[in-house]
Write a protein that binds this ligand. Structure first.
Ligand SMILES: Cc1ncc(C[n+]2csc(CCOP(=O)(O)OP(=O)(O)O)c2C)c(N)n1
Length: 281
């Protein structure tokens, strides 16, 4: 029998979970030498909110046809998503000890569906996840299902033309069952997003394309709560939640320092980072 449930944690509990997962993301990055720690710390609060308080899912039935779908279109945030899925009960946390090892399914990006419970799509080639999510939202309409589809984009990813093609199509099809979340940390791999290819005025662009647009602080659970609830109320257009975030959020020397897009912490930095998060070794 279907048991699709949101957990509905208090904001304090969400904060505690996010803090613990920040620690594990950094440790896993240091051990595996797989990058994108800054990118993961940027979106972990949003992922925690979405997986505990928004999605109607049953980790024991990850393929339930009525489940809400979430796609991480910024697939290089996979280390954060894997930690969230493990903590939410989709698979045993111990499995993440194999992260980054040869032959493991837990690597830099989410693999194709069927290999890791809870992964809806292989992403990582930026610009593709949004169109796949759009297809799922169309499918739920065709099959008269009630599930919602959520997709997280990054700002650098919004440089991809395919993003804007999907952004044009979703309002045309009145996909009010689709929510886009933009992890807007203002950086991409090689520099400031604004300098590489400006997205501004970002909100106006989405509005002009026919979207319901909200802008929030992507580290504030109160604001997330309001925005995700508003998005569900909109019955005539898809929603985008532009979430202002800080790359590397939670560790002072990683915050807003884009070196941590690729850098791996050495032993000292690891110790310092964990100490800042409240974990003394
Ligand atoms: C199509 C494509 N081109 C290039 C890359 C390499 N790449 C990995 S992350 C990244 C940019 C990251 O910036 P952003 O998308 O803003 O994400 P952030 O890490 O800042 O959250 C790039 C170019 C890729 N994954 N896919």
């Amino acid at each position: 029998m279907s048991n699709l449930l949101k957990k509905q944690k208090s904001f304090n509990e969400l904060e505690e979970i996010a803090n613990e997962l920040r620690k594990r993301i950094i440790e896993t990055g240091a051990n595996s030498k797989i990058p994108h720690i800054g990118s993961c710390l940027s979106c972990i609060d949003l992922l925690v909110y979405i997986y505990w308080n928004e999605l109607e899912i049953d980790p024991l039935e990850p393929n339930d046809v009525d489940r809400d779908r979430f796609l991480l279109s910024k697939g290089h945030g996979a280390p954060a998503l894997f930690q969230v899925l493990a903590e939410r009960g989709f698979f045993d946390k111990e499995r993440l000890l194999e992260f980054g090892k040869p032959g493991s399914v837990f690597h830099e990006h989410p693999p194709k569906p069927g290999l890791i419970p809870g992964i809806e799509a292989a992403t990582g080639s930026l610009g593709h996840g949004f169109s796949m999510a759009l297809g799922m939202a169309v499918s739920s309409k065709i099959t008269a299902k009630n599930y919602r589809t959520y997709v997280m984009l990054s700002d650098g990813e919004c440089n991809e033309g395919s993003i804007w093609e999907a952004a044009l199509l979703a309002p045309t099809l009145n996909l009010h069952n689709l929510t886009v979340i933009i992890d807007f940390n203002k950086w991409q791999a090689t520099g400031r997003s604004e300098e590489i290819m400006t997205l501004q005025p970002l909100n106006l662009k989405w509005e002009a394309f026919g979207w319901h647009v909200q802008e929030i602080d992507g580290h504030n659970f109160n604001e997330m709560d309001e925005a995700f609830n508003n998005a569900k109320q909109k019955k005539n257009k898809p929603s985008v939640i532009v979430s202002n975030t800080i790359k590397g959020k939670g560790v002072s020397f990683m915050e807003d320092d884009n070196n941590w897009h690729y850098r791996i912490p050495n032993k000292e930095e690891l110790k310092l980072a964990l100490k800042e998060l409240g974990f003394e070794s």
